[in-house]
Design a protein around this ligand. Structure first.
Ligand SMILES: [Fe+2]
Ligand SMILES: [Fe+2]
Length: 172
């Protein structure tokens, strides 16, 4: 877990979206969804791209079949609830530590209040719901349902796309 975080931090510092990446996003998402994708920070865009590629690689070995285009959309959009500037690398590192060291206080900040810390912790804890609500408003309810669950504890009836997304997210 912690090594994963360190890896994510280092990858974030070196993040760059290539021309090929941009083409992949343009082929995979409608223009309105592309706007949501490119509203994320560049490190989050790179993380989403790695997640999409990883999910695509894991999918063939999965017992259930998943529509690859749907899986790609879910992976590319899973963190759109965290827009550029909402939770930069430093704030994210702080939020990870705060949540690990003082879980109850961190939760309380995330669940209410108007200050900057509340705003940051709200995005940290609730970006899955924030992103899902954005997609629902645009009529993408199936993608919204998968994205809403990506930080929830695994459940028996989780759809295969959600299980694949969780596995790919953890590796990316
Ligand atoms: Fe996430
Ligand atoms: Fe993620």
């Amino acid at each position: 877990m912690m090594m994963g975080r360190v890896r994510q931090f280092l990858l974030a510092a070196a993040a760059k979206v290539s021309k090929a990446d941009k083409g992949f996003v343009e082929r995979s998402l409608t223009p309105e969804l592309q706007r949501l994708f490119f509203a994320m920070s560049v490190p989050d865009q790179c993380h989403a791209l790695r997640t999409a590629r990883c999910a695509g690689k894991l999918a063939p070995d999965f017992p259930e079949s998943v529509d690859p285009a749907f899986l790609t959309r879910c992976a590319l959009l899973h963190d759109i609830g965290r827009k550029k500037g909402d939770l930069g690398t430093m704030w994210k590192s702080f939020a990870v530590l705060f949540a690990a060291l003082c879980p109850e206080r961190a939760r309380a900040y995330g669940d209410g209040g108007e200050g900057l810390l509340s705003k940051k912790m709200r995005v940290y804890f609730h970006h899955a719901d924030i992103g899902a609500d954005m997609l629902e408003k645009l009529g993408f309810s199936a993608e919204a349902a998968v994205i809403r669950g990506h930080h929830k504890a695994p459940a028996e009836d989780d759809p295969p796309a959600l299980r694949l997304l969780r596995a790919a997210d953890a590796k990316s």
